[in-house]
Design a protein around this ligand. Structure first.
Ligand code: PLP
Length: 388
C-alpha cells in the first residue's frame, strides 16, 4: 500500500536544498574539500553561564514534570524585563508574553491561530520559507510582498492591491532581515502600523536578529512604534542572540489577544518547553550583554573578510549591518541556481541560491558566516578566484 499524503504536504514546493546537498555529499565522498556556507547556525558555543544554569536546573525534580503550556511565569517575566531594558517597551508578562519552542514553532503556528481558509497572509519575498508554508498549511493564501533593492529591501505597501489588503488577515515581516540583512527604520514601521490599522491586519514581526547588528546600529523592536501593540505581535528568539539554536527557546510578545490566540493553538498541540531550558533562558536574558560584543565582533570580522572576496571578484553586494549573512548578486548572465551549482563544482563552496527564499530572490545568493574564520577566509579566496 502506498500511504496517501495529504495535499498540504504533497503540494509543498520541491526542497531546493536537496539537490545541492546531494551534490555536496558526492564531492565530499570524492575527497573534495567543500566549504558549506549554507546554513545560518552559530558555530560559537552557548556561553558557559547558560550551560551551567541548565545543568543545575536539570537536577531539580520540579523541572521533570509537564511545563505550563504558555511558559513559566518567571521566564515570561525575564522576557518582559529584557524588553523594557532593551527597547523601553513595557509588557505584562502574564498576558502579553508566551513562551515558544523556538520562534519557528510560533511562526509556523501563527496562521493556524489567525488565518481562515481563503484568507491572505502577506509575506516578504525573499523571506524565511516558513511564512508561506505555514500559511498554506492553515488553508490560507500567501501573497508575496517583493523586497526589491531599489526599495531598500522594504515592501512597497502602496503597491498592495486594495482587494488583497481587504482579504489579508496577517502580515509577516522580519527586520533585521534574513536574507537581505537590512534594518528597519521608524518611518517604515509607522507606515506598517497605519496600514495594519486601516486594513485590520495582524502584524507578525520576526525579530530573530535584533541583537546581531554592527557599526553601532541598534535595531528597533516593532513594539516601540506607537500603536504597534494594537496591531502586532513580535517573535523573539534566544537562538541567534545567545547561540542557542539547539535549545529551542523563544517567545512571542505584544498584543494580548494575539498572544492568547497563539496560546490557544499551543495548548492543543504541544506541552511547552522543558522547564530547565526556560531556567537557562532566564539566566541568558538576565545577563544578556555577557559576551555579546565578542560574538558580534567575530561575525563582523568574518562578514568583512567574505565581502572583500566578493569585491575582488567584482560581485555586487549589500554591506551587511546586521545578521550573520551576506546577500549578494550573482554575476550577470547566470541564474541563482546556476551560480550556486558552479560555486559548488568549481570552487567547492556551498552558497544558498536566492530563489530558495522566493521568486524575488532570483539573481541573488546568500552565505552565512557561522563557520570557522579560517574557512571563511578560504571561501573568500575561492570566490575571488571564481571566473563567471
Ligand atoms: C533562525 C531564524 C528563525 C528561527 O529561529 P528559532 O531557532 O526557531 O527560534 C526565525 N526567523 C528567521 C528569519 C531566522 O533566520
Amino acid at each position: 500500500m502506498r500511504i496517501k499524503w495529504a495535499k498540504r504536504i504533497e503540494e509543498l514546493p520541491p526542497y531546493l536544498f536537496a539537490e545541492i546537498d546531494r551534490k555536496k555529499n558526492e564531492l565530499v565522498e570524492k575527497g573534495v574539500d567543500v566549504i558549506d556556507l549554507g546554513v545560518g547556525d552559530p558555530d560559537i558555543p552557548t556561553p558557559d553561564h547558560i550551560v551551567e544554569s541548565l545543568r543545575k536546573a536539570c537536577g531539580d525534580p520540579e523541572n521533570h514534570r509537564y511545563p505550563s503550556y504558555v511558559g513559566m511565569l518567571s521566564f515570561r517575566e525575564a522576557a518582559a524585563e529584557w524588553y523594557a531594558e532593551r527597547f523601553g517597551v513595557s509588557l505584562d508578562p502574564a498576558r502579553q508574553v508566551v513562551t515558544l519552542i523556538g520562534s519557528k514553532e510560533g511562526i509556523a503556528h501563527a496562521p493556524l491561530a489567525f488565518v481562515d481558509p481563503g484568507d491572505i497572509a502577506l509575506v516578504p519575498d525573499p523571506g524565511y520559507p516558513v511564512y508561506p508554508v505555514s500559511t498554506t498549511f492553515a488553508g490560507g493564501v500567501p501573497y508575496a510582498m517583493p523586497l526589491l533593492k531599489e526599495n531598500g529591501f522594504f515592501p512597497d505597501l502602496d503597491a498592495i492591491p486594495g482587494s488583497v489588503a481587504k482579504k489579508a488577515a496577517m502580515m509577516f515581516l522580519n527586520y533585521p532581515n534574513n536574507p537581505t540583512t537590512v534594518l528597519a527604520n521608524e518611518g517604515f514601521f509607522k507606515e506598517v502600523v497605519d496600514f495594519a490599522r486601516k486594513n485590520d491586519i495582524l502584524v507578525c514581526h520576526d525579530a530573530a536578529y535584533t541583537e546581531i547588528a554592527f557599526y553601532g546600529k541598534n535595531p528597533l523592536s516593532f513594539l516601540e512604534i506607537p500603536g504597534a501593540m494594537d496591531v502586532g505581535v513580535e517573535f523573539h528568539s534566544l537562538s541567534k542572540t545567545f547561540s542557542m539554536t539547539g535549545w529551542r527557546l523563544a517567545f512571542a510578545a505584544g498584543n494580548e489577544r494575539a498572544v492568547a490566540g497563539l496560546g490557544k493553538i499551543k495548548t492543543n498541540i504541544d506541552s511547552g518547553v522543558f522547564q530547565a531550558v526556560q531556567v537557562a533562558g532566564i539566566t541568558a536574558l538576565k545577563n544578556s550583554s555577557v559576551g555579546l560584543e565578542d560574538r558580534k565582533e567575530v561575525y563582523r570580522e568574518r562578514l568583512e573578510i567574505f565581502c572583500r572576496g566578493l569585491e575582488e571578484a567584482g560581485i555586487e553586494y549589500t554591506r551587511p549591518e546586521a545578521t550573520f549573512y551576506v546577500w549578494f548578486e550573482v554575476p550577470e548572465g547566470m541564474t541563482s541556481s546556476e551560480f550556486s551549482a558552479r560555486m559548488l563544482s568549481e570552487a567547492g563552496v556551498v552558497v544558498t541560491p536566492g530563489n530558495g527564499f522566493g521568486d524575488f530572490g532570483e539573481g541573488y545568493a546568500r552565505v552565512s558566516v557561522t563557520f570557522d574564520t579560517a574557512r571563511i577566509e578560504q571561501a573568500a579566496e575561492r570566490i575571488a578566484d571564481f571566473k563567471p
